[in-house]
Ligand binder design. Structure first.
Ligand code: NAP
Length: 249
């Protein structure tokens, strides 16, 4: 069992997939989890499931592509919770297409939702965290940000940006015992990958590049993320962890 001393976490994209698994795993370790997603229904369902299992959670619908909405939500949360000790920047979208066919809207939507959101959340939640001199930040990157992926110029740029942001903030916050790490999932079975996973030709093509020859589960990402948020991971910062069945060796 990992050690969490009654910590409070904010997990974005906690309504479904990887974020939901992270929220539930942290809650099983006694962490109070603020579950953020775009729709009130999805974060509400995650928070309700945590509470029904005896955990502590709060649901909050915030569009992370809207910096003003993040500022308003943070201000209200910091009145309710004296410190938010753990921040998991996990919300993300894809708008895939080859570069010559990619619209500026698709470029901007992915950069704003996946990368600029981390800038806003970390600036607002990170300030009291550094003042408290303990914190854990985990940014959900991707194998696309590590290796590149044809058809994902916007997404891989955003995810590579998260890796740079992670390394810089790890250096900026280290003196305050706030660690900042990135997790880079490969192909994980969630709503985001349903189209590939359920298409036999596409999944066979993808699995050729995966040495472990299977798709990952949301729990594979949640387990590592939970460890990185624990007391035990206090000497790990500025790192990128590939959880991808061996794709990016
Ligand atoms: P998912 O199943 O599509 O879930 C995405 C979550 O993000 C949802 O809860 C969604 O909210 C939330 N979200 C999206 N846009 C948002 C916005 N503007 N404001 C607030 N919340 C928003 O995705 P996933 O597969 O779990 O992916 C989670 C993270 O892992 C993403 O950053 C993704 O890029 C990364 N990742 C995933 C894979 C993979 O194979 N699945 C691989 C590498 C990296 P609603 O529920 O309200 O829609």
């Amino acid at each position: 069992m990992l050690t969490f001393n009654n910590r409070t976490a904010l997990v974005t994209g906690a309504g479904r997939g990887i974020g939901k698994a992270i929220a539930e795993t942290l809650a099983r370790h006694g962490v109070t989890v603020i579950c953020v997603s775009k729709s009130a229904d999805s974060c509400g369902a995650t928070a309700a499931a945590i509470i029904a299992s005896g955990g502590k959670a709060k649901a909050l619908a915030v569009d992370v592509a809207d910096g003003a909405a993040i500022a308003k939500a943070s201000e209200e949360l910091l009145k309710e919770f004296p410190t938010i000790d753990i921040l998991v920047n996990n919300a993300g979208i894809t708008r895939d297409g080859l570069l010559f066919r990619m619209s500026e809207t698709d470029w901007n939507d992915v950069l704003t939702t996946n990368l600029t959101s981390c800038f806003h959340w970390t600036k607002l939640i990170g300030r009291p965290m550094t003042r408290a001199r303990w914190g854990r930040i985990v940014n959900m990157a991707s194998v696309s940000g590590v290796m590149g992926n044809a058809g994902q110029a916007n997404y891989s740029a955003a995810k590579a940006g998260m890796i740079g942001l992670t390394k810089t903030l790890a250096r900026e916050f280290a003196g305050r015992s706030v660690t900042v790490n990135a997790v880079a999932p490969g192909f994980i079975k969630t709503d985001m990958t349903t189209d590939f996973v359920n298409n036999p030709e596409a999944s066979a093509r993808i699995l050729e590049a995966v040495p472990l020859k299977r798709f990952g589960e949301a729990a594979d990402i949640a387990n590592l993320t939970t460890y990185l948020c624990s007391e035990e991971a206090g000497y790990i910062t500025g790192q990128v962890f590939n959880v991808d069945g061996g794709m990016a060796m």
